[in-house]
Design a protein around this ligand. Structure first.
Ligand code: ASP
Ligand code: MG
Length: 601
């Protein structure tokens, strides 16, 4: 007998018949002897309809009243589902978020969960009831002792379900939806997208746009942090769906279920070497040629960064283990031989990384890391960012000092530090899925002084304006005055605000200027096996080169390789990479998800 939390989205409870079908499924689960907590969304498009009603009455409705209004949608579905269960002879009780005791922050419209009081749900379960809980809502203590209704943000029922599972220590959380699970890529763009049977929460977070279309990212973060086994499966079939796996990294602490310290680990990898190629031609196929040659020599490359400069030439920087430095240098020399360009190579480097769910989505964390290092007078040779990790390559001599400072800044205990961890992902696929993002922009700040603190200052200025970055790339090349360029990838909608946020800094740096990047799309390949597999990057670049697509920028982290390509090549690039890694699958699950719109609940 297990304790299961099952969540049904808006489409799954969109009509009387569907509510009955859901009740039937739950009844079956009870018959098998399981305890069941059910979380439901509002029926069909209810939340959208309520939002339009509000908009018809007032332009900017007060957030408190919006929450009062929107929370009513879920209250309808819990009551109806509980009735449907009664009608089938299954005893059930519905509960609102406040009744359960889903305690949240007081921020209306996007409150995060602080705590869930499990005693009330448990006592109903012990009485033999199925407990049907309203998703998307909670309660904050409010001012003057009057409890307020809060909502968690659109799509928040997933978050309610996973948080309940974490708090109850449930055996699994099952998200029932109208797609068969998580697919290897977007089936509307690639017809042979295939169902993944498993994916880790880290991979899911790295596949940001792909993952978010199936599950609320906050739900994935909670599952990752507390090790909740999470299953995404179809409401319409008995297919097993996709299992999201995670290692449990923490216990629910006093800081709040969703708020706990964002950084849960620090890693330090010593004996790294950085190789930098600059002034190489900006043409399709160069990155492919270089990384194929490295792969052929069986050199495992870790981080790769490429950016385009002065319109027509590229710099590519990458890291390898120090032991491979000489062999990597020889390979680079041979490739450069027919291309021109310059090579720099230096060992004695250390990679320091902070780890945690949603790091890049929280502006300020990366900035804090850079600030903390610059206060120690440490220069950042290379920066690599991802959804779950930020890494800096620094001189080894600074390693100890850096580690201490970072531990202190992020309150990380010795037991959360890993020194030279073994390569992960031995038996995992090098690429599990591929995602395309088209809502991002590229921006370069040219001629910034090359001294500790510049990256920190830029990131802090953006973070203070609430802008989260997706990648930060420092140029390999130095201008005549020793200055460098730093490029960012950021959400398109924040682009204009970035100008304002950066202006005061630019004024302090003589010669520094902003340069607009061309319109871009980002294609990301993600796989837990990437660190342990040599040649993945080369294969990705080859797939793009064979499709005659030029790469403007490359930014990798351990389990993700992202390339920026011209916006108009985005879909072709996605298809090329998906096919290049043979992710296209059998007929069985072929593009099933494309038949219906994504679950709106
Ligand atoms: N009903 C809410 C929405 O449509 C929450 C949810 O369904 O997850 O956003
Ligand atoms: Mg949803």
């Amino acid at each position: 007998m297990a304790l299961l939390v099952q969540k049904f989205g808006g489409t799954s409870v969109g009509s009387v018949e569907r509510i009955q079908a859901v009740a039937q499924r739950i009844a079956g689960c009870r018959e098998e002897g399981h305890d069941v907590v059910v979380v439901v969304s509002a029926m069909g498009h209810t939340t959208d309809e309520l939002t339009s009603l509000a908009a018809a009455i007032c332009e900017e409705p007060p957030q408190r009243e919006m929450d009062m209004l929107l929370a009513s949608g879920e209250q309808v579905s819990i009551a109806l589902l509980a009735m449907a269960l009664h009608a089938m002879g299954v005893s059930a009780v519905s509960m609102t978020g406040p009744q359960v005791g889903i305690m949240t922050e007081s921020t209306h419209g996007r409150a995060r969960i602080l705590d869930i009081r499990t005693d009330r749900v448990r006592s109903r379960l012990n009485d033999g009831h199925v407990v049907v809980v309203a998703g998307f809502q909670g309660t904050s203590s409010g001012s003057g002792g009057i409890a307020e209704i809060t909502t968690l943000g659109r799509g928040g029922s997933d978050t309610s379900a996973v948080a309940l599972a974490a708090a109850l220590g449930a055996d699994a959380c099952e998200i029932y939806t109208d797609v068969p699970g998580v697919l290897t890529t977007d089936p509307r763009k690639v017809v042979d997208a295939q169902l993944m049977t498993t994916v880790s929460c880290d991979e899911m977070l790295e596949l940001a746009s792909l993952g978010a279309s199936v599950l609320h990212p906050r739900a994935v973060e909670i599952a990752r942090n507390y090790g909740v086994p999470l299953l995404v499966r179809s409401s319409w079939s008995d297919e097993p769906g996709t299992l999201l796996t995670s290692r449990k990294t923490r216990n629910i602490g006093r800081d709040g279920l969703e708020l706990g310290s964002p950084v849960d680990g620090v890693e330090q990898l010593e004996q790294q070497a950085v190789l930098g190629l600059s002034h190489i031609p900006d043409q399709p196929g160069i990155a492919a040629r270089l990384f194929e040659a490295l792969s052929k020599a069986e050199i495992n490359v870790d981080l790769i960064i490429q950016s385009t400069h002065e319109g027509s030439s590229n710099d590519i920087t990458f890291t390898v283990h120090e032991d491979e430095l000489e062999r990597a240098r020889t390979v680079c020399d041979a490739v450069l031989g027919d291309l021109g360009g310059a090579l720099s190579a230096e060992g004695g480097m250390t990679k320091l990384s902070i780890r945690g769910a949603g790091i890049m989505g929280r502006p300020g964390i990366a900035a804090n890391l850079f600030n903390c290092l610059s206060q120690q007078g440490i220069n950042l040779r290379l920066i690599a960012t991802s959804e779950v990790k930020v890494s800096c390559v620094i001189a080894s001599a600074m390693g100890h000092k850096a580690l201490r400072a970072v531990q202190e800044a992020f309150d990380v205990s010795d037991s959360q530090v890993q020194l030279n961890p073994p390569l992960e992902g031995e038996n995992e696929p090098e690429v599990r899925g591929v995602a395309l993002d088209r809502d991002q922009a590229q921006l370069s700040v040219c001629h910034v002084p090359d001294r500790p603190g510049t990256a920190a200052a830029l990131c802090s200025a953006l973070a203070d304006a609430g802008i989260s970055l997706d990648a930060i790339v420092q140029s390999e090349r130095q201008h005549g005055d020793g200055s460098r360029d730093i490029s960012f990838i950021l959400p398109k909608e924040d682009r204009a605000r970035a100008d304002v946020a950066l202006a005061p800094l630019l004024a302090q740096w003589p010669g520094a200027a902003l340069e607009e990047g061309a319109a871009i799309a980002r294609v990301s390949a993600v796989g837990a096996g990437m660190p342990a597999t040599a040649g993945t990057a080369g294969r990705m670049f080859r797939a793009l080169a064979d499709a005659d697509i030029n790469i403007a920028l490359i930014a990798t982290s351990e389990i993700r390789t992202s390339c920026l390509v011209p916006e108009n090549d985005g879909i072709a690039a996605l298809q090329a990479v998906h096919a290049g890694f043979q992710l296209g699958g059998g007929e069985r699950h072929q593009a099933k998800g494309s038949a219906s719109p994504l679950d709106n609940g």
